[in-house]
Design a protein around this ligand. Structure first.
Ligand SMILES: NCc1[nH]cc(CCC(=O)O)c1CC(=O)O
Length: 294
């Protein structure tokens, strides 16, 4: 998927700036290498971005293409986020060969996901479901499902759609059932802050609506100090000139989930995310988050 996303950005640049030459510099990140442990246990933020950032600082590459979901809220000195592309389907996908929807599953179904966010929301609705670890790239995850290890797995719809596998999606889960991760479905492009030419080019690819939504979501995460390895969800949508955002923090077994939502004008995007975080903290989210790091 990382390759698809990088090639997609190269194509967008070539379309927008005919004659522009791009070169793909592939790198392997820690997040790609460690496949046996759940990401939550490895800890640390930016598992999928650190090597790419060093590559840009060292001059091996000019831009890095990321899934916004995997990008920490803070950037190393000298680098910044220059553009966010129009968001792809932000939902979580229910993928199964036997059941057409989440509510068709038997009570003690085996569900594959290594995301504490997905686990917490599914366990809240289906406490008897058995959540089993699932890592690897999209193809690996699908082949594990096909081999019968799980009754169903949960993946990001965006990844499946980008890779031309939308037909594997049995059901796109409504945000009220599985609230997406901060930045889910959005591709971001990072570059050196002082590279004027590159920054100018990337501005042409920026989608301001997605940018505002993701800004609100990341403001929530900044206040909560969360990464993608904790049961935090945050999802903002535009409704005319208003921004509607929902956020939640839960414990991994879904026995306790705090929720908050807010609608306000789009120029308050950052404040909306921060206020949702404050509201969640006031309800007790800090205790849940603290317990995860003990
Ligand atoms: N943490 C891995 C990751 N980072 C981004 C995506 C999906 C694509 C996207 O959200 O843009 C995925 C896989 C998944 O959640 O199934």
């Amino acid at each position: 998927m990382a390759l698809w996303q990088a090639e997609h950005v190269a194509e967008r640049l070539q379309q927008t700036f005919p004659g522009c030459r791009t070169e793909l510099v592939t790198m392997t990140t820690q997040g790609d290498k460690i496949l046996d442990a759940p990401l939550a246990k490895i800890g640390g933020k930016g598992l999928f971005v650190k090597e790419l950032e060093q590559g840009m600082l060292d001059g091996f590459a000019d831009i890095a293409v990321h899934s916004m979901k995997d990008v920490p809220v803070e950037f190393p000195g000298g680098l910044h986020l220059a553009a966010i592309l129009t968001r792809e389907d932000p939902t979580d996908a229910f993928v199964s060969n036997r059941y057409s929807a989440l509510h068709d599953l038997p009570a003690n179904a085996r569900i594959g996901t290594s995301s504490l966010r997905r686990q917490c929301q599914i366990k809240e609705l289906y406490p008897d479901a058995e959540i089993l670890s699932l890592r690897g790239n999209v193809n690996t995850r699908l082949s594990k499902l096909d081999s019968g290890e799980y009754d169903a797995i949960i993946l990001a719809s965006a990844g499946l759609k980008r890779l031309g596998m939308a037909d594997r999606i049995s059901q796109g889960l409504d945000a009220g059932v599985s609230l997406p991760a901060i930045g889910q479905g959005a591709i971001g492009i990072e570059c050196r802050s002082d590279d004027l030419e590159i920054n100018q080019m990337l501005t042409a690819l920026h989608d301001s609506e997605t940018g505002l939504c993701v800004m609100a979501e990341r403001a929530m995460n900044a206040r909560l100090n969360g990464g993608c390895q904790v049961p935090i969800a945050g999802f903002a949508q535009m409704q005319g000139d208003q921004l509607f955002m929902r956020g939640l923090v839960g414990n991994p077994d879904g026995s306790l989930i705090y929720r908050s939502e807010r609608t306000d004008s789009v120029d308050k995007a950052e404040a909306i995310g921060k206020m949702i975080a404050e509201d969640l903290l006031a309800q007790g989210a800090d205790k849940i988050l603290q317990a995860l790091f003990d």
